[in-house]
Design a protein around this ligand. Structure first.
Ligand SMILES: Cc1cc2nc3c(=O)[nH]c(=O)nc-3n(C[C@H](O)[C@H](O)[C@H](O)COP(=O)(O)OP(=O)(O)OC[C@H]3O[C@@H](n4cnc5c(N)ncnc54)[C@H](O)[C@@H]3O)c2cc1C
Length: 348
């Protein structure tokens, strides 16, 4: 009889896992809380290792065709001067693709082999009957708390983010601009749009609905293009504002026949732009480990030993990068540290 996998969450990690396990002959059911795929969302950078993971589930070509390729980028000061150049470590450039476009590609591919159920939230993991349960319900994972206890709730990182896209404004610039404790990023996005984000330290929940655009214009007043151009074009309704939460470090990503992947397992701050990439790598690594093992338990143990240390290391690096962003004094030292950290290239 075919083995059955139940997947909680039809986001990036859940859908990628559905494809990977479906290709290996598993019967797969995906339980997604939301009624439909999101219609709007900002760009995610797909790094080479994530593109290789997408290749393994035969979707890499679609992401490369759709996304905006980027061979290098820059970190600059507010006056436009360059602090450091960031280069993609291989010939395979980063591709920037919006979350909705990536999800559409994964969803279309997953429907060939998986039973995808929208408006189907999972309240209790013990209500699922399957040989394998993949917990892919994101940073605020309720299943993580059920398995590990209330001490494993998502934690506020101390940082907040504003994001948006500008239609009808194309850019080839891939830039982060670092000021005194705040940063602003501008990247291309598919469809000739400009993707932008801003980050700062802030008290949790300190939102100002209706005044976010004014807050941003004040915070980044006088910054050189492209920040000034983006802020001229930003509208209040086009701003997404989120506090950034992280998942606490777990002692294991496995509990019985359940395995946590993606943000449910290791949500990190977005400072390396790697969370979605790691969810994709989790998905294909999980399938590979299960394929190589004679039992589900053996496959999950192998998965845990491969992915938990690697994602822990990236979470720490992302947190350190976030702390560097929020430095308000001794900026030349900060810039030197940033340059030194880039000498070895971005983390593998
Ligand atoms: C500001 C910002 C910028 C970022 N930029 C990048 C970037 O450039 N590159 C990158 O790689 N990553 C980036 N990330 C990180 C990336 O967004 C996440 O790491 C990624 O979305 C994680 O995927 P996931 O599938 O684990 O979780 P999610 O995408 O959160 O998906 C979880 C899914 O589970 C569903 N769900 C939740 N609860 C239940 C339930 N009880 N039952 C059923 N379904 C449920 C949700 O509806 C959702 O569809 C960024 C994040 C932020 C905040």
């Amino acid at each position: 009889m075919r083995r059955h996998a139940a997947i909680i969450g039809g986001g990036i990690g859940g859908l990628a896992t559905a494809i990977a396990l479906g290709n290996d002959g598993w019967r797969v059911t995906v339980h997604e809380r939301d009624a439909a795929l999101p219609a709007t969302g900002t760009a995610l950078g797909m790094w080479p290792a994530a593109l290789r993971a997408l290749d393994e589930i035969k979707t890499g070509h679609l992401v490369r065709e759709t996304g905006a390729p980027q061979q290098s980028g820059e970190v600059r000061r507010p006056d436009g001067s360059r602090i450091v150049t960031i280069r993609t470590p291989t010939a395979d450039p980063i591709h920037l693709i919006s979350r909705p476009a990536l999800l559409r590609i994964l969803h279309r591919t997953a429907t060939a082999t998986a039973d995808l159920r929208f408006s189907d939230p999972v309240d209790r993991i013990d209500g699922l009957d399957a040989d394998l349960v993949v917990v892919a319900d994101g940073v605020f994972s309720r299943t993580r708390e059920q398995l590990f206890g209330s001490g494993y709730q998502a934690r506020y990182s101390g940082g907040t983010a504003w994001r948006g896209t500008i239609d009808g404004m194309a850019t080839s610039t891939f830039v982060e601009v670092w000021g005194r404790g705040v940063k602003f990023g501008v990247t291309p996005q598919e469809g000739g749009r400009t993707n932008w984000f801003a980050a700062a330290g802030a008290p949790e929940g300190d939102f100002h609905p209706g005044a976010e655009a004014a807050t941003l214009r004040r915070m980044f007043d006088g910054w050189a293009a492209p920040v000034s151009q983006v802020l001229d074009a930003v509208t209040e309704g086009g701003i997404l504002r989120h506090d950034v939460y992280v998942a606490p470090a777990l002692p294991t990503h496995v509990s019985g026949n359940a395995v946590l992947i993606g943000d449910a397992a290791h949500a990190m701050t977005p400072d390396l732009g790697r969370g979605a990439c790691e969810a994709l790598i989790d998905a294909v690594t999980l399938a590979e480990c299960l394929r190589a093992a004679s039992t589900v338990a053996g496959g999950l143990a192998a998965y845990d030993s491969r992915r938990r240390p690697a994602t822990r290391r990236l979470s720490r690096m992302a947190a350190a990068a976030g702390r560097l962003t929020r430095v308000r004094h001794a900026l030349p030292i900060r810039d030197g540290l940033l340059r030194a950290s880039m000498l070895a290239g971005p983390p593998a």
